[in-house]
Design a protein around this ligand. Structure first.
Ligand code: PDD
Length: 285
């Protein structure tokens, strides 16, 4: 199927992508005044859909868009998959809600605009080889704002960081804020320190990851110690293993940081154990 032939959802209708039109005055276009979610479909089943919708509601609340804008998405998503020819396949759903189109003012529009609700589904080719071998990452200064808990479409620092990783031949950029490791540009970052899986606690400087919640539950169930505490860049050299967690990467082993090998440059046993446990969860959805 050519890109333009794919069907997308926009403001109440399913339309061919090439016919989907958003106003240039849309505040998403003008200001990145909106929020989004990425949801994985395994063979047509949306993974952790309720958690993604809940996080979307939270993001909307935090930027003061009525959460009613997200009404009906649970019915829209399966239809979107179906109309995209992806009802039984591996796919990703992207959904974005902006404050809508209105004359350009920084403050909210004087006359309330209808939020723009957009979604599309794309086939997804899981990064199996990378998940098997692991990927290198680089550390970059966390130049983002102080509300990274909101899944905002304003992603310029993340884009620049990911490109820096790309330029360095790495698979992800990991942010460091005032010496503290926060998260990946598009993922949650975990280090295994003294046998404990450690990640930054949920706060204004990280996105509350849904994959992280699943993985930490798996750790608890399999007796792997976990800690959500800030940890510093200086602690990384003594990490036995490192992982990135996200909807698209699931559990991605990190095998080097800024060119320095992690765990001898191969994924560690704890990472492997968690990958196996995660795969079992996926098989059962
Ligand atoms: N990114 N942190 C950031 C900054 C992210 O962008 C993401 C996900 C995560 C992991 O969240 P989750 O496990 O809920 O996917 C953490 C998505 C996949 C994206 O932007 O494409």
């Amino acid at each position: 199927m050519k890109t333009g032939d794919t069907v997308v959802y926009l403001d109440g209708s399913f339309v061919p992508q090439r016919e989907a039109a958003v106003s240039p005055l849309d505040r998403g276009f003008m200001f990145a005044d909106g929020v989004y979610e990425v949801i994985r479909s395994y063979r047509g089943s949306l993974f952790e859909e309720a958690a993604h919708i809940e996080r979307l509601h939270r993001s909307l609340r935090e930027i003061r868009i009525d959460k009613g804008a997200a009404n009906g998405l649970e019915e829209i998503f399966p239809e979107l998959l179906d109309r995209s020819g992806l009802a039984g396949s591996e796919a990703l759903i992207y959904v974005q809600i902006t404050r809508g189109a209105a004359p350009r003012t920084h403050q909210f529009p004087a006359v309330k605009a209808a939020p723009t609700v957009y979604a599309h589904a794309v086939p997804f080719d899981p990064p199996l080889e990378q998940r098997d071998r692991g990927i290198p990452v680089i550390l970059v200064p966390d130049t983002r704002w102080s509300r990274c808990d909101i899944k905002s479409i304003s992603l310029l620092p993340n884009i620049l960081a990911r490109q820096m990783a790309e330029d360095a031949g790495a698979g992800e950029a990991v942010f460091v804020r005032d010496g503290v490791v926060t998260e990946g540009a598009t993922s949650t970052f975990c280090a295994v320190l003294s046998g404990t899986v450690v990640t930054h606690p949920e706060s204004n400087v990280v996105l509350p990851g849904i994959t992280k919640r699943i993985v930490f539950d798996l750790c608890s169930r399999t007796g792997i110690p976990v800690a959500e505490r800030p940890f510093r860049e200086e602690e990384l050299p003594r990490a036995a293993e490192m992982m990135l967690l996200s909807t698209t990467r699931e559990i991605m082993p990190v095998i080097s940081v800024d060119g320095m090998d992690v765990g001898g440059g191969t994924p560690g046993s704890l990472t492997r154990k968690l990958q196996a446990a995660f795969s079992a969860v996926i098989r059962s959805v």
